[in-house]
Write a protein that binds this ligand. Structure first.
Ligand code: TRP
Length: 329
């Protein structure tokens, strides 16, 4: 029996900094689970980083390499998954130029992340590239003719726009692009050390490149329930990031922690000590793989070249169809 064709997935992370636990639990682990059943392209989108970081670009390349190491250390298998650095695969840019012709500016101006970024970063005069961020993202996805895109809920408007652009292109030139479906990852998102969303800009992250001592220190300084000042004060675990981490990394002990915290039998200081060790144990094998990969830059290079080759093969095929459909070939 002919084997059923595997569906194509493209997903990616932007690398304005190092990857953190939120990236690991929110995205990477999911990709690792999906790589057996799908044709998976795991992007490292360095061009997207330029939309906000274009003045000092000196850290992007280092972050790209670290991200590649993290992808591998988390368990992406380069025999199954193509790890793709966006700027190494020219078709992302080619398709971006073409899609930008068929995308009305008004569609882009109403994308919520555009407004948010402008306000958060106090950008008085936004660049053309920042406005076009979602067109570049649509190009990333459509250039693989990806059918499924695992993303967080915050990316849903970008996916919707990607589908609109695909429909418009197909309507104008013929059916080239499938409409990609988002695969929302539903799990308890790990909060940052202060209980807000984990984000580099809040400085509340545990990075995959942190050392065990850095993790211990960060956990020691974590926020807890502000109403629990002394050990015997009753705690509110559901509002405490230390508990959230405990539940994520050692669910078997979570019930007991909840009971003793609420009963005023467990203090925050010993609980954090315990959590620090739980996290260190949970990350040890990833750290070991990280260290081995860092010691073997030649291997990482080969993986990245191989990923780019596979991506080029796939995306050149799409571009040929696109140029023909547009009657430019
Ligand atoms: N915008 C995504 C984010 O910030 C990153 C991204 C760029 C992406 N291109 C993509 C995600 C294509 C999925 C598919 O997380």
């Amino acid at each position: 029996m002919p084997q059923e064709r595997k569906k194509v997935i493209f997903s990616a992370m932007q690398v304005t900094g190092r990857l953190h636990l939120g990236n690991l639990e929110g995205a990477l682990r999911n990709w690792v689970r999906l790589q057996d059943d799908y044709e998976l392209y795991a992007g490292i989108v360095d061009l997207h980083s330029l939309t906000t970081t274009y003045e000092d670009t000196s850290e992007i390349l280092g972050n790209v390499r670290q991200a590649a190491i993290d992808y591998l250390a988390a368990g992406l298998d380069p025999e199954k998954t193509a790890i793709v650095i966006q700027s190494w695969v020219p078709a992302h840019c080619e398709l971006h130029a073409l899609l930008s012709m068929v995308t009305p500016v008004s569609w882009l101006e109403r994308v919520p992340t555009y407004k948010e970024k402008r306000e958060q970063l106090h950008i008085a005069s936004p660049s053309y590239g920042l406005l076009g961020y979602p067109v570049l993202m649509a190009s990333d996805i459509l250039v693989y003719r990806a059918e499924v895109v695992p993303v967080g809920r915050d990316q849903e408007p970008h996916l919707e726009l990607t589908r609109e652009i695909a429909r418009r292109f197909n309507h104008l030139y013929g059916d080239i692009f499938p409409e990609p479906q988002s695969l929302l990852t539903e799990f308890a998102v790990l909060p940052g050390l202060d209980g807000r969303k984990m984000s580099k800009s809040y400085g509340n992250c545990i990075y995959l490149s942190d050392t065990p001592d850095e993790v211990r220190e960060k956990v020691r300084a974590m926020f807890t329930d502000p109403k629990k000042i002394r050990r015997d004060d009753p705690g509110h675990p559901e509002q405490c990031p230390v508990y959230a981490y405990h539940a994520a990394y050692a669910p078997e002990g979570a019930e007991e922690v909840k009971r003793t915290c609420e009963a005023g039998e467990l203090g925050c200081v010993p609980h954090k000590k315990q959590l620090g060790e739980i996290l260190i144990e949970a990350l040890t094998s990833l750290w070991e793989r990280r260290a081995a990969l860092t010691a073997d830059p030649g291997y990482v290079d080969r993986v990245l070249h191989q990923g780019a080759m596979r991506a080029r093969e796939k995306t050149d095929e799409t571009m040929e169809l696109v140029w023909q459909a547009m009657k430019l070939r």
